[in-house]
Design a protein around this ligand. Structure first.
Ligand SMILES: O=C(O)CCC(=O)C(=O)O
Length: 288
């Protein structure tokens, strides 16, 4: 069966039409889905009425799943392969840990020594308007840089932090964060292990470059993020309930826009496919 694909934007993404992942998928059909994933960077599957087990089982076809040890507060207590992306408040009425998940441009798990290959985010309840997610094509963004800029960043390593947009860190949480997620340096340009293409590996979790001061690094980090998130490199997804978006973390980045009424429930669940080991721990990140 030939897969029916519909482009989502000029920059990246395709919708896979007429697919139901709750039904058995042959090896050859999954092979077509996998090729479409590599070709398009992100895939959208609408109307997927699946259980948590089916979400996990389908995700495993892309590779071994992360049990989210780096994000212990965000994972489902009984399904560690599921990361809760939810604005549901805690029992004490305070905002939940997942409320600000993804509000910075990022590639999943870049702040660990095994950044993700890809993620599969399933929408269970989304607000009637807003709550959109933006995606950027980091291969195109890299290709369009000048030769001079490509040379300048070729050997740079960005120091990635496991931070969120709104930080609510008590001293105990700060200590926990430092223990579980020390700063990790990752190459600013990575070669995709399956397509062989180079992609920018940067984002708003990059604090500075290894070997440069913070002050020296910031203008370049900000330029590269601004460049990669120009409309011509992006796709903006408007969620419906029961969507699944699969994205390739090795050549895309994404951000949750938070453009919705907080009184409306927004609940999504994510599986994260483990990628190849990359990066190193930075013992003494620059302070200035
Ligand atoms: O909630 C969203 O729209 C995106 C969540 C996200 O950034 C993530 O799961 O990495």
């Amino acid at each position: 069966m030939a897969l029916k694909l519909r482009p989502l934007s000029y920059a990246l993404g395709a919708e896979v039409c007429d697919i139901d992942i709750a039904k058995p998928l042959s090896e050859s059909l999954f092979g077509e889905i996998h090729n479409a994933f590599l070709d398009n960077g992100i895939l959208l599957l609408r109307d997927q009425h699946v259980t948590r087990e089916q979400h996990i089982e389908f995700s495993r076809r892309f590779g071994e799943l992360d049990r989210h040890d780096a994000l212990p507060r965000d994972r489902h207590p009984e399904y560690p392969e599921l990361l809760m992306v939810t604005n549901e408040p805690k029992a004490n009425g305070k905002p939940g840990d997942g409320k600000y998940t993804g509000h910075l441009w990022h590639s999943d798990m870049s702040f660990t020594l095994q950044p993700s290959l890809g993620s599969l985010l399933r929408s269970i309840h989304v607000p009637p308007v807003g709550g959109d997610t933006m995606f950027a094509n980091m291969t195109k963004a890299y290709d369009d840089l000048s030769d001079g800029m490509k040379k300048l960043i070729a050997d740079l390593h960005g120091i990635h932090l496991g931070k969120r947009k709104i930080v609510d860190l008590s001293p105990e949480r700060a200590a926990e964060q430092a223990r579980i997620n020390p700063p990790i340096a990752q190459p600013a340009v990575r070669v995709h292990p399956e397509t062989g293409k180079k992609a920018l590996y940067i984002g708003e979790k990059v604090e500075c470059f290894a070997g440069l001061t913070r002050e020296e690094s910031r203008p370049l980090i900000e330029y590269l993020c601004r460049h990669a998130t120009k409309p011509k490199y992006t796709y903006r997804h408007q969620w419906r309930d029961n969507d699944i978006i699969i994205w390739d973390n090795r050549c895309t980045m994404h951000a949750a826009l938070g453009d919705y009424d907080d009184d409306q429930p927004r609940h999504l669940e994510r599986t994260t496919v483990l990628g190849t080991p990359s990066g190193y721990i930075v013992e003494e990140p620059p302070l200035h």
